[in-house]
Design a protein around this ligand. Sequence first.
Ligand SMILES: Nc1ncnc2c1ncn2[C@@H]1O[C@H](COP(=O)(O)OS(=O)(=O)O)[C@@H](OP(=O)(O)O)[C@H]1O
Length: 392
Amino acid sequence: MPNKARPRREWSPQSPIDVLWIPRSAMRPAEGDTTDCILVVGISRPKMAAAFLTVVLLSLFLTFHILYDSAVYSLHAATAVESRTVELVSQVRATPPLLFSSKVHFPRTSRHLPQAIIIGVRKCGTRALLEMLFLHPQIQKAAGEVHFFDRDDNYVKGLEWYRRKMPYSFRGQITIEKSPSYFVTPEVPERIRAMNASVKLLLIVREPVTRAISDYTQLRTHAATASTMTNGTPRSVLLQQQQQQLQQQQQAARSFEELVIRPDGSINESYRPVAISLYHTYMHRWLEVFSREQILIVNGDQLIEDPVPQLRRIENFLGLEPRIGRHNFYFNHTKGFYCLRNETSEKCLKESKGRRHPRVNPIVVTKLRRFFNEHNQRFYELVGEDLGWPEE
Ligand SMILES: Nc1ncnc2c1ncn2[C@@H]1O[C@H](COP(=O)(O)OS(=O)(=O)O)[C@@H](OP(=O)(O)O)[C@H]1O
């Protein structure tokens, strides 16, 4: 047989599939057949061939599936962005991923500086508030506490660093972050104003004595479990950390009553859990920098009792359609708090939220309430709202 007419094989000795091209001239012609060569595919190792074909088909299926999903998603996203209606955005993010981080990067999304910030107060329900707001399809939240404005070592990294800490969001969505120590750090109001003078601020407060007990409970828990990080930490910082830790441990060994009441019977105003509950001492700084209309006071005790009315006020304040409703909550009797749900998942806040508080002597509670009463009145005057906290 001349070289030209010789069948050509395309396979390797390892291949389970043999491909053989046979020239037309080597075949007995069939009537009306005009083809000049035919392809013969043979299977030499059937098991291997089956496995090989399965892998090929699976890869094809997966590739097609990913391409299809991404095309459908882009289509939805594009529609949502263009029409800018809440309805369409909620189709794209119909079910906020309660259980997953909001770091997902969908097409047509980008990171934005926050348009709203939860500035505090520590232990007043800042985490609960952020998670509850995230039920709204128009809200994206930063994953952790960013501490950009209150920590100098973060602030010097600049706004671009801060922006990169934010989640991806669609145009028209509101990005929110929470860092409770913003409220009490003197430099923060001016720094936030320098970023965006028309930013919206959420301040969540609780009845000051309850907040102080919650703060004490947290400090005691941390002191019991804290360990100093030694890796690469300068010796001076390490020493400072150890001293702080020792002080915390010594304090943690003492009862709340011992820490808040001095031996002479006066209130220990310099004890941090007491000092932070003196809201008016920090509030005036914020009102020197921002207009009252830019700050919404959220009642943290009411958020625990019945979240929806507080959330409705916030939706209104942020200029959002009311979307968070009773269907988003269920009361968990074991935890003693409301937990969150959407169409696909349910979520309670982690164990460190909703800790059991120690029993505090009622005489001390009354004494503290009387002490705080005057300070609360000053806070009410500053914000123009009476939060109705007990006077004794
Ligand atoms: N739904 C729900 N589930 C659990 N916990 C809730 C909830 N709503 C409000 N809270 C209250 O939030 C308190 C913790 O406040 P923060 O998140 O601001 O604490 S922190 O400053 O960030 O450490 C936390 O304080 P403790 O009770 O002392 O743990 C809670 O009382």
